[in-house]
Ligand binder design. Structure first.
Ligand code: HEM
Length: 247
């Protein structure tokens, strides 16, 4: 393409409304591109060099986020083939395994993704602990992280009932009985979870709503706050900062 055509395209108003800055070949343009691009602005314009070393974070938080995204996408796909009713749930899962194109793949990616997310969130938490990332000024983000860990476990637990097979039924019976054994509020907590005295249609519906709506929504909000806090706390922790006195 001649320089004239390139100039005509890049001078076009529609083009300039999408690509607001020129090729990022100067310090200023590089900063502007990061600042102004929706998907890139999660990154800071400048980072500490040690945080680029793969062995500092092992990318564990990013892997946990990636798994959350995969679980959201496969979860939405699974919703097209699953009805949370005691008459339909078990047979819907059977149909998914045998009759729905790529159904088995969809289900297994979702299931493996869930196991892996528990593992990687745990490993990420260990990394943060061993690098002292929980210390000042990141205490609040550590607490948000602990909540994310709880949401991850609750998502796993609520998803476990949905196939409505023997394993699900008895796992949730045992799990909610454990909640029921808590002093003072135990019985109320158990009834609140199950919507009845034992595992049945009410429990299936409650676990379904928690699993596909409430918990993913709350987790998304907390993940966004988690990322925002990383930026506000000055990026990833650095070893030198850990000796800073708490003001
Ligand atoms: C859904 C689960 C979670 C996601 C998606 C997530 C994501 C991330 C990401 C992407 C980072 C940037 C550094 C990195 O990649 O390792 C990070 C940092 C951090 N996370 Fe998480 N996280 C999760 C759970 C947790 C948990 C369970 C804790 C602790 C209880 C935690 C505490 C922190 C702290 C304190 C930082 C800053 C660490 C530093 O500056 O060294 N996060 N998180």
């Amino acid at each position: 393409m001649s320089r004239k055509i390139i100039h005509l395209i890049t001078a076009n108003r529609v083009w300039r409304s999408i690509f607001r800055y020129g090729y990022p070949d100067t310090e200023e343009n590089r900063s502007k591109v990061i600042f102004q691009t929706f998907f890139l602005h999660i990154h800071p314009v400048k980072v500490k060099t040690h945080t680029l070393k793969p062995t500092y974070t092992f990318g564990l938080g990013v892997i946990a986020f990636y798994l959350f995204a995969v679980l959201t996408i496969t979860g939405v796909l699974l919703m097209f083939f699953y009805v949370p009713s005691v008459q339909r749930a078990y047979t819907d899962i059977q149909a998914l395994e045998t009759a729905v194109p790529f159904g088995m793949l969809m289900r297994n990616v979702h299931r493996w993704g869930a196991h892996l997310m528990v593992l990687f969130v745990f490993l990420h938490m260990m990394r943060v602990f061993y690098t002292g990332g929980y210390k000042y000024p990141r205490e609040l983000n550590w607490v948000i992280g602990v909540l994310l860990w709880v949401f991850t476990l609750l998502l796993s637990f609520t998803g476990y009932l949905l196939p409505w097979d023997q394993l699900s039924f008895w796992a949730i019976t045992v799990g909610t009985n454990i909640a029921g054994a808590a002093p003072v509020i135990g019985e109320e907590a158990r009834t609140l979870l199950l919507g009845a005295k034992e595992v049945g249609q009410d429990a299936l519906l409650r676990f379904y709503v928690l699993h596909v709506m409430l918990l993913p929504l709350v987790a998304t909000v907390f993940i966004l706050i988690h990322f925002w806090r990383i930026r506000k706390d000055g990026g990833i922790s650095s070893p030198a900062e850990q000796n800073l006195p708490v003001p």
